[in-house]
Design a protein around this ligand. Structure first.
Ligand SMILES: Cc1cc2nc3c(=O)[nH]c(=O)nc-3n(C[C@H](O)[C@H](O)[C@H](O)COP(=O)(O)OP(=O)(O)OC[C@H]3O[C@@H](n4cnc5c(N)ncnc54)[C@H](O)[C@@H]3O)c2cc1C
Length: 418
């Protein structure tokens, strides 16, 4: 399925392998393992398209959403994982289908800037930063990356920039991250679109429901990402052909097929654990809030990435700057701190000290709001994925790409089989 219409619907997602069993579409009953955004979207898309087909979600925990959750304390609102979506029509379609359009807004135009803090100095990250690497060097590494299987460090020949990009997306350093998985359009993994990139971009931009996002913008939901999970969860619970089983941990696709008396091709694995070598990196997330005056020297922007192993905080997201909807009480600003466990002694005080030195003294809010794990995508990951033998269907961010736009688009592609 690589027609122009498909490219308009999914864009560069079509470069990624879809680990689907082609017989999935013939199923009378589908069992989905994992009730994160991926499992929920697959269930929603399939169950909507085929109301006579039975869909069961098995979720290990007592709630839906997986890594997505929003923490709230009075007027302070902070997402634990994803806080906004990059432009992709599939995500806009999901928001539209969930009737959440009136809560969905583009991020603040003033908060676009991102910085890298390296060797004690703050550098603004722009596309020009990449050109500063030297066009010849960059061209050479791009050419090499197109042979496949290289790391992001090999693709972007500047350690702090490459590390910062990877930290911001997958909580890992660039030499550990597969360039094909993170940036398939740059490495030209998979098939090419049937029209020029600029023409395709134009066609895609005309296909958005709700509003056409401007390039480089992001968009978020009033109240945080939990709102999407809650509305999607309610929709699923109200569908006659959907059953959700909580507190059930599946052992393997084969055991699920046996337990639910379905052929293995009717199992959709939307949980971690596709590869035996599956590994994750851990991080803790802190919310820190200040009165405006205390942080007046902190520029309004998206946030700062810190590729420095001697500092426990790897990234600061300026949450109350980013979103048009409210995330902090009037006169205050909220920041989210990402703290990889590989860089942290485990003492909250170290994080507070670091936050005070980077942002300002005496925050009015300082709270650890949770812990999360992110799959690792070592060099060669995407090539291995595309060759993996699979008897059931595998979806989710261990397969689809790391962002929510990937898992949402993947669910639509899977439902097209039905
Ligand atoms: C800190 C952080 C920041 C992020 N920032 C962004 C961002 O800015 N932009 C963006 O687009 N994306 C971001 N993401 C990624 C985004 O959140 C993920 O792409 C997406 O939520 C993954 O959804 P999923 O359903 O594939 O996986 P998960 O959310 O991991 O869901 C998997 C589900 O499977 C369940 N499960 C696991 N094992 C079993 C089992 N054996 N049996 C039954 N159930 C099981 C789990 O309990 C879980 O509910 C971020 C993620 C994190 C952690």
């Amino acid at each position: 399925m690589t027609s122009l219409d498909d490219w308009i619907k999914y864009g560069d997602e079509l470069r990624r392998p879809l680990l689907v069993n082609p017989k999935l579409g013939d199923s009378d009953s589908v069992v989905i393992v994992g009730g994160g955004l991926s499992g929920m979207c697959c269930a929603y898309r399939i169950a909507t398209k085929r109301p006579n087909l039975k869909v069961t979600i098995i979720e290990r925990s007592s709630q839906l959403g997986g890594v997505i959750a929003t923490w709230q304390d009075g007027e302070w609102i902070c997402d634990l994982a994803v806080n906004a979506a990059r432009p992709h029509p599939a995500f806009w379609r999901l928001v539209d289908d969930l009737s959440l359009s009136d809560k969905f807004t583009t991020s603040s135009q003033e908060a676009k800037s991102r910085w890298i803090l390296s060797a004690g100095r703050s550098h603004k990250l722009t596309w020009r930063t990449l050109f500063k690497l030297g066009p010849l060097r960059l061209r050479k590494s791009l050419k090499r990356a197109r042979q496949g299987g290289v790391s992001v460090a090999q693709l972007i020949p500047n350690e702090p920039i490459a590390d910062a990009l990877c930290l911001g997306i997958v909580n890992d350093t660039a030499d550990n991250v597969d360039a094909d998985f993170l940036m398939p359009s740059l490495t030209k993994f998979g098939s090419e679109p049937p029209v020029k990139k600029s023409r395709l971009r134009k066609l895609i931009s005309q296909s958005y429901p709700i509003f056409t996002p401007s390039r480089g913008s992001i968009a978020s939901i009033e109240g945080g990402m939990q709102v999407i999970i809650d509305v999607l969860g309610k929709k699923l619970s109200s569908m006659d052909n959907v059953t959700i089983e909580y507190n059930q941990s599946a052992k393997s696709p084969a055991s699920v097929a046996k337990q639910y008396a379905v052929p293995i091709e009717s199992v959709v694995w939307a949980a971690p654990g596709l590869q035996e070598s599956y590994a994750e990196s851990q991080l803790s997330i802190f919310a820190v809030g200040y009165q405006n005056e205390i942080v007046s020297r902190v520029k309004i922007g998206y946030g700062t990435l810190i590729p420095d192993n001697n500092i426990p905080i790897s990234g600061i997201l300026n949450e109350s700057d980013i979103h048009q909807s409210k995330r902090s009480p009037v006169g205050h600003r909220l920041f989210r701190l990402m703290v990889p466990h590989s860089r942290w002694d485990g003492d909250d005080q170290s994080v507070l000290n670091c936050a005070e030195s980077l942002l300002g003294k005496k925050p009015v809010l300082f709270a650890k709001i949770g812990e999360r794990s992110i799959p690792r995508y070592p060099p060669g990951y995407m090539s291995r994925l595309s060759q993996i033998e699979h008897d059931c269907t595998y979806v989710g961010w261990a397969v689809s790409g790391v962002s929510i736009t990937h898992v949402v688009a993947e669910a639509e592609r899977i439902a097209e089989l039905f």
